[in-house]
Design a protein around this ligand. Structure first.
Ligand code: PGA
Length: 253
């Protein structure tokens, strides 16, 4: 069976003490077959190296929450793809709605970053999805096509190979109001069919994740759907018990 990916996005949370607590518990309680699925931890950049030390020998991968458009030079405060690579990062979230909204990242910036990530062999986790108003106006598919087609036009037909797309309806993120798994299944099918039209080979290596208020209570209903290839988890991934429950669910389904 195809592996699913369980990805923890810690956002602007955690500290040295909480990370130590997380991995002490993780080590004691994690299932032995961690490699049955793909587990990725994405801490704030300042803790990447620390987290890498805890996970590198455990079949867990390291991810970054963002990266700069430049590889090196006079760009105070930024973090480059080369630096991420240098400290063991394998995945990078690009185009998260919080970055689109709070840092004005548009489709062009996101496409340039995807290009750079691929050049350095990082796997991009590309976030897409509609906001509350767009959902109310039945515009979800239109928004998804707009976001994906821009990337296609900028980077060519093969861009979604070996890539993760995270469908994250903005209204579901951090609100406690997760989307209906049946609705998500339909959207994922739509995303895969849309990409398939341009690149029939993408489906072998493309994964489509769901993110938005996932927790240990609702995770299974998403993981049971054939086109939901895993979960991008924010809040619930900070709680080691909750996160382990979700990993166990994924391993035993
Ligand atoms: P949430 O965040 O699980 O806290 O809703 C998900 C995300 O933004 O990746």
């Amino acid at each position: 069976m195809k592996k699913k990916a369980i990805i923890a996005n810690w956002k602007l949370n955690s500290n040295i003490k909480s990370i130590s607590h997380f991995f002490t518990n993780f080590k004691l309680n994690a299932p032995v077959n961690l490699n049955k699925n793909i587990i990725v931890i994405i801490p704030p950049a300042v803790y990447l190296e620390r987290v890498y030390k805890y996970i590198h020998d455990k079949n867990i991968f390291l991810g970054a929450q963002n990266m700069d458009l430049n590889v090196e030079g006079s760009f105070t405060g930024d973090i480059s793809v080369a630096m991420l690579k240098n400290v063991g990062v394998k995945y990078v979230i690009l185009g998260h709605s919080e970055r689109r909204l709070l840092h004005n990242e548009n489709d062009l910036v996101i496409s340039k970053k995807i290009c750079l990530a691929k050049k350095f062999n990082l796997i991009p986790i590309i976030c897409i999805g509609e906001n509350k108003e767009e959902k109310a106006r039945n515009k979800t598919q239109e928004i998804i096509i707009k976001q994906l087609s821009y990337i296609f036009e900028y980077l060519g037909k093969k861009v979604f190979r070996n890539t993760i797309i995270a469908y994250e309806p903005i209204w579901a993120i951090g609100t406690g109001m997760s989307a209906d798994p049946n609705y998500v299944q339909l959207i994922h099918e739509f995303i895969k069919n849309y990409i398939q039209k341009y690149d029939s080979l993408a489906s072998h290596t493309l994964m489509v994740q769901y993110g938005g208020s996932v927790n240990a209570l609702n995770a299974k209903s998403f993981l049971n759907k054939p086109d939901i290839d895993g979960l991008l988890i924010g809040n619930a991934s900070l709680d080691v018990k909750e996160f382990l429950k979700i990993i166990n669910m994924c391993n035993t389904k």
